[in-house]
Design a protein around this ligand. Sequence first.
Ligand SMILES: Nc1nc2c([nH]c(=O)n2[C@H]2C[C@H](O)[C@@H](COP(=O)(O)OP(=O)(O)OP(=O)(O)O)O2)c(=O)[nH]1
Length: 138
Amino acid sequence: MTGHGFPLVVGAALTDDLHRPSRLLAARRRHGALAGWWEFPGGKVEPAEPPLAALARELDEELGLTGVTFGAELPGPDGGWPLPNGSLLRVWWAVTAEVVAPGPDHDEVRWLTAPELLSVPWLEGDLPLVRRLTGVLG
Ligand SMILES: Nc1nc2c([nH]c(=O)n2[C@H]2C[C@H](O)[C@@H](COP(=O)(O)OP(=O)(O)OP(=O)(O)O)O2)c(=O)[nH]1
């Protein structure tokens, strides 16, 4: 929980190289009210679960990734990136040697370079971070 009664949400900025990131993985939600919107793979942290353990669990559940290396967190303005629903999103850089393909929660994944980043409709709460990343990807 964030401390305000809303679950903490964790996401992965999957990239090709932690030191020289040139692309970012975006995933399109398959189900529900947010279907069709693009996001960072991840999800809600369970009570008492360490955030990076939650992120590793979500990447396995959603994308079948078991070999993920995490890098630095992408620090947000408020201990993370506030979401419209009152949750806080915390995002870490991540790399994997495994092939990333859609799983149960997404119907498409796409590797985007900086000029392509805003070519997909991101969830509203992700936009401040995505805009920041356009200046970070080389
Ligand atoms: N995973 C993810 N969720 C995001 C992002 N941006 C954003 O606003 N959200 C919102 C959408 C959801 O309301 C919430 C995350 O919920 P989720 O449905 O992905 O989490 P979960 O896998 O734990 O799902 P569930 O067990 O509740 O079904 O945060 C993002 O970039 N990644």
